[in-house]
Design a protein around this ligand. Structure first.
Ligand code: PGA
Ligand code: MG
Length: 228
Protein backbone atom coordinates (compact mmCIF):
# COMPACT_ATOMS: atom_id res chain seq x y z
CA UNK A 1 0.00 0.00 0.00
CA UNK A 2 2.81 2.39 0.87
CA UNK A 3 4.61 2.23 -2.51
CA UNK A 4 1.98 4.38 -4.24
CA UNK A 5 2.13 6.83 -1.33
CA UNK A 6 5.78 7.62 -1.96
CA UNK A 7 6.23 11.19 -3.21
CA UNK A 8 2.79 12.36 -2.05
CA UNK A 9 2.69 16.14 -1.54
CA UNK A 10 -1.03 16.82 -1.14
CA UNK A 11 -4.30 15.16 -0.21
CA UNK A 12 -7.80 15.63 -1.60
CA UNK A 13 -10.33 14.80 1.10
CA UNK A 14 -14.01 14.03 0.65
CA UNK A 15 -16.60 15.60 2.98
CA UNK A 16 -19.82 13.60 3.51
CA UNK A 17 -19.12 10.20 5.03
CA UNK A 18 -15.37 10.87 5.30
CA UNK A 19 -14.97 13.92 7.58
CA UNK A 20 -18.56 14.43 8.72
CA UNK A 21 -21.45 12.10 9.39
CA UNK A 22 -24.08 14.31 7.75
CA UNK A 23 -26.81 11.66 7.54
CA UNK A 24 -28.89 13.47 10.18
CA UNK A 25 -28.91 16.68 8.11
CA UNK A 26 -29.93 14.78 4.97
CA UNK A 27 -32.78 12.99 6.75
CA UNK A 28 -34.14 16.15 8.43
CA UNK A 29 -34.01 18.27 5.23
CA UNK A 30 -35.46 15.52 3.02
CA UNK A 31 -38.24 14.78 5.52
CA UNK A 32 -39.15 18.51 5.65
CA UNK A 33 -39.18 18.61 1.83
CA UNK A 34 -41.42 15.55 1.70
CA UNK A 35 -43.79 17.03 4.29
CA UNK A 36 -44.26 20.06 2.00
CA UNK A 37 -45.28 17.65 -0.74
CA UNK A 38 -47.64 15.79 1.60
CA UNK A 39 -45.32 12.76 1.85
CA UNK A 40 -44.22 10.85 4.97
CA UNK A 41 -40.72 10.90 6.55
CA UNK A 42 -37.66 9.05 5.26
CA UNK A 43 -35.23 7.10 7.47
CA UNK A 44 -31.42 7.10 7.52
CA UNK A 45 -31.50 3.51 6.25
CA UNK A 46 -33.48 4.63 3.19
CA UNK A 47 -31.34 7.71 2.53
CA UNK A 48 -27.86 6.25 3.08
CA UNK A 49 -27.57 4.32 -0.21
CA UNK A 50 -28.81 7.41 -2.09
CA UNK A 51 -26.10 9.82 -0.89
CA UNK A 52 -22.92 10.48 -2.83
CA UNK A 53 -23.90 11.62 -6.29
CA UNK A 54 -24.98 15.15 -5.43
CA UNK A 55 -28.25 16.88 -4.43
CA UNK A 56 -30.12 16.49 -7.73
CA UNK A 57 -29.65 12.74 -7.75
CA UNK A 58 -30.59 12.50 -4.08
CA UNK A 59 -33.83 14.47 -4.48
CA UNK A 60 -34.81 12.45 -7.57
CA UNK A 61 -34.22 9.16 -5.75
CA UNK A 62 -36.21 10.28 -2.71
CA UNK A 63 -39.13 11.31 -4.95
CA UNK A 64 -38.88 7.96 -6.73
CA UNK A 65 -39.88 6.25 -3.45
CA UNK A 66 -43.42 7.46 -4.24
CA UNK A 67 -43.54 8.51 -7.90
CA UNK A 68 -42.80 7.02 -11.30
CA UNK A 69 -40.27 8.68 -13.63
CA UNK A 70 -42.79 11.18 -15.02
CA UNK A 71 -43.97 12.14 -11.52
CA UNK A 72 -40.38 12.64 -10.37
CA UNK A 73 -39.66 15.04 -13.23
CA UNK A 74 -42.95 16.92 -12.70
CA UNK A 75 -42.14 17.56 -9.02
CA UNK A 76 -38.36 17.87 -9.30
CA UNK A 77 -37.96 21.67 -9.47
CA UNK A 78 -40.35 22.29 -6.57
CA UNK A 79 -38.78 19.50 -4.49
CA UNK A 80 -35.24 20.72 -5.18
CA UNK A 81 -36.14 24.27 -4.14
CA UNK A 82 -37.77 22.99 -0.95
CA UNK A 83 -34.86 20.65 -0.13
CA UNK A 84 -32.27 23.40 -0.56
CA UNK A 85 -34.25 25.81 1.60
CA UNK A 86 -34.60 23.28 4.40
CA UNK A 87 -31.01 22.01 4.13
CA UNK A 88 -29.43 25.44 4.39
CA UNK A 89 -31.62 26.21 7.44
CA UNK A 90 -30.37 23.18 9.41
CA UNK A 91 -26.94 22.65 7.79
CA UNK A 92 -24.61 21.03 10.34
CA UNK A 93 -27.10 20.87 13.21
CA UNK A 94 -27.56 17.10 12.85
CA UNK A 95 -23.99 16.27 11.76
CA UNK A 96 -20.97 15.00 13.69
CA UNK A 97 -17.24 14.93 13.00
CA UNK A 98 -15.93 11.36 12.76
CA UNK A 99 -13.20 10.16 15.15
CA UNK A 100 -9.64 11.36 14.53
CA UNK A 101 -10.56 13.68 11.66
CA UNK A 102 -9.03 16.81 13.18
CA UNK A 103 -6.02 14.84 14.47
CA UNK A 104 -5.60 13.41 10.97
CA UNK A 105 -5.82 16.78 9.26
CA UNK A 106 -3.35 18.25 11.78
CA UNK A 107 -0.93 15.36 11.22
CA UNK A 108 -1.16 15.79 7.43
CA UNK A 109 -0.45 19.51 7.70
CA UNK A 110 2.40 18.84 10.15
CA UNK A 111 3.87 16.42 7.58
CA UNK A 112 3.86 19.27 5.05
CA UNK A 113 0.93 18.02 2.96
CA UNK A 114 -1.27 20.55 1.18
CA UNK A 115 -4.99 19.86 1.56
CA UNK A 116 -8.03 20.25 -0.69
CA UNK A 117 -11.61 19.29 0.08
CA UNK A 118 -13.51 17.99 -2.95
CA UNK A 119 -17.15 17.09 -2.33
CA UNK A 120 -20.23 16.43 -4.44
CA UNK A 121 -22.18 18.57 -1.96
CA UNK A 122 -23.13 21.96 -3.42
CA UNK A 123 -20.54 24.60 -2.53
CA UNK A 124 -23.17 26.74 -0.78
CA UNK A 125 -23.74 23.88 1.70
CA UNK A 126 -20.14 22.70 1.99
CA UNK A 127 -18.55 26.08 2.72
CA UNK A 128 -20.60 27.04 5.82
CA UNK A 129 -20.57 23.43 7.04
CA UNK A 130 -16.76 23.21 7.09
CA UNK A 131 -16.63 26.58 8.83
CA UNK A 132 -19.23 25.60 11.45
CA UNK A 133 -17.34 22.41 12.28
CA UNK A 134 -13.98 24.20 12.55
CA UNK A 135 -12.48 22.40 9.55
CA UNK A 136 -12.32 25.17 6.93
CA UNK A 137 -8.88 26.40 7.99
CA UNK A 138 -7.15 23.12 7.13
CA UNK A 139 -7.90 23.45 3.40
CA UNK A 140 -6.31 25.67 0.79
CA UNK A 141 -9.17 25.03 -1.59
CA UNK A 142 -12.72 23.66 -1.52
CA UNK A 143 -14.61 22.43 -4.59
CA UNK A 144 -18.28 21.45 -4.49
CA UNK A 145 -20.45 19.30 -6.73
CA UNK A 146 -21.44 22.42 -8.65
CA UNK A 147 -17.95 23.94 -8.95
CA UNK A 148 -17.33 22.36 -12.36
CA UNK A 149 -19.25 20.90 -15.27
CA UNK A 150 -18.64 17.37 -13.93
CA UNK A 151 -18.70 15.93 -10.42
CA UNK A 152 -17.15 12.75 -8.99
CA UNK A 153 -16.92 9.92 -10.18
CA UNK A 154 -15.72 12.06 -13.12
CA UNK A 155 -12.04 12.93 -12.57
CA UNK A 156 -12.52 16.64 -13.38
CA UNK A 157 -12.76 18.05 -9.82
CA UNK A 158 -9.72 16.02 -8.70
CA UNK A 159 -7.71 17.10 -11.73
CA UNK A 160 -8.66 20.74 -11.01
CA UNK A 161 -7.35 20.33 -7.45
CA UNK A 162 -4.06 18.87 -8.77
CA UNK A 163 -3.83 21.80 -11.17
CA UNK A 164 -4.49 24.23 -8.32
CA UNK A 165 -1.56 22.69 -6.41
CA UNK A 166 0.63 22.56 -9.50
CA UNK A 167 1.24 18.86 -8.78
CA UNK A 168 0.99 15.72 -10.90
CA UNK A 169 -1.92 13.42 -9.96
CA UNK A 170 0.56 10.75 -8.78
CA UNK A 171 1.70 13.25 -6.11
CA UNK A 172 -1.83 13.80 -4.76
CA UNK A 173 -3.71 11.16 -2.78
CA UNK A 174 -7.50 11.14 -2.69
CA UNK A 175 -9.24 9.97 0.49
CA UNK A 176 -12.95 9.18 0.49
CA UNK A 177 -15.73 6.89 1.62
CA UNK A 178 -17.23 5.76 -1.66
CA UNK A 179 -16.70 4.27 -5.08
CA UNK A 180 -17.30 7.79 -6.44
CA UNK A 181 -14.08 8.95 -4.84
CA UNK A 182 -12.16 5.84 -5.87
CA UNK A 183 -13.35 5.90 -9.50
CA UNK A 184 -12.62 9.62 -9.82
CA UNK A 185 -9.14 9.05 -8.38
CA UNK A 186 -8.36 6.10 -10.64
CA UNK A 187 -9.50 8.07 -13.71
CA UNK A 188 -7.43 11.08 -12.62
CA UNK A 189 -4.34 8.96 -11.86
CA UNK A 190 -4.32 9.80 -8.14
CA UNK A 191 -3.58 7.14 -5.52
CA UNK A 192 -6.68 6.57 -3.38
CA UNK A 193 -7.40 5.48 0.18
CA UNK A 194 -10.91 4.68 1.42
CA UNK A 195 -12.49 4.84 4.87
CA UNK A 196 -14.88 2.04 5.85
CA UNK A 197 -17.36 4.03 7.97
CA UNK A 198 -19.16 6.32 5.49
CA UNK A 199 -21.76 5.89 2.77
CA UNK A 200 -20.88 3.69 -0.20
CA UNK A 201 -24.19 3.41 -2.06
CA UNK A 202 -25.24 0.44 0.10
CA UNK A 203 -22.15 -1.59 -0.89
CA UNK A 204 -19.26 -2.66 1.41
CA UNK A 205 -16.07 -0.63 0.94
CA UNK A 206 -14.13 -3.86 0.28
CA UNK A 207 -16.02 -4.08 -3.03
CA UNK A 208 -14.39 -0.82 -4.12
CA UNK A 209 -11.03 -0.76 -5.89
CA UNK A 210 -8.61 1.41 -3.87
CA UNK A 211 -4.96 1.43 -2.76
CA UNK A 212 -5.98 0.71 0.82
CA UNK A 213 -8.67 0.99 3.47
CA UNK A 214 -7.79 3.28 6.40
CA UNK A 215 -9.80 3.15 9.62
CA UNK A 216 -9.39 6.90 10.26
CA UNK A 217 -7.84 10.00 8.69
CA UNK A 218 -5.16 9.86 11.40
CA UNK A 219 -4.15 6.38 10.22
CA UNK A 220 -4.07 7.71 6.64
CA UNK A 221 -1.77 10.53 7.77
CA UNK A 222 0.55 8.03 9.47
CA UNK A 223 0.74 5.82 6.36
CA UNK A 224 1.54 8.79 4.12
CA UNK A 225 4.18 10.05 6.57
CA UNK A 226 5.79 6.56 6.78
CA UNK A 227 6.03 6.31 2.99
CA UNK A 228 7.82 9.64 2.68
O1 PGA B 1 -23.48 15.29 -1.23
C1 PGA B 1 -23.13 14.22 -1.79
O2 PGA B 1 -23.75 13.70 -2.71
C2 PGA B 1 -21.90 13.50 -1.29
O3 PGA B 1 -20.89 14.36 -0.94
P1 PGA B 1 -19.37 13.84 -0.80
O4 PGA B 1 -18.80 13.90 -2.18
O5 PGA B 1 -18.78 14.84 0.16
O6 PGA B 1 -19.42 12.46 -0.22
MG1 MG C 1 -18.46 10.90 0.62
Amino acid sequence: MTAVLRGIRAAIIDLDGTMLDTMGDFVVALTAMRAELGLGPVSAAQVEPMVGKGSENLVRRVLALDYDAAGVERLFAQAMDSYQRHYIAINGQHSEIYDEVEAGLQAMRAAGLRLACVTNKPLAFAQPLLALKGLAGYFEVLYGGDSFEKKKPHPMPLLKACEFFGLAPAQVVAIGDSSNDAEAARAAGCPVLTVPYGYNHGVGIHETDSDGIVDTLLFAAELIAQAN
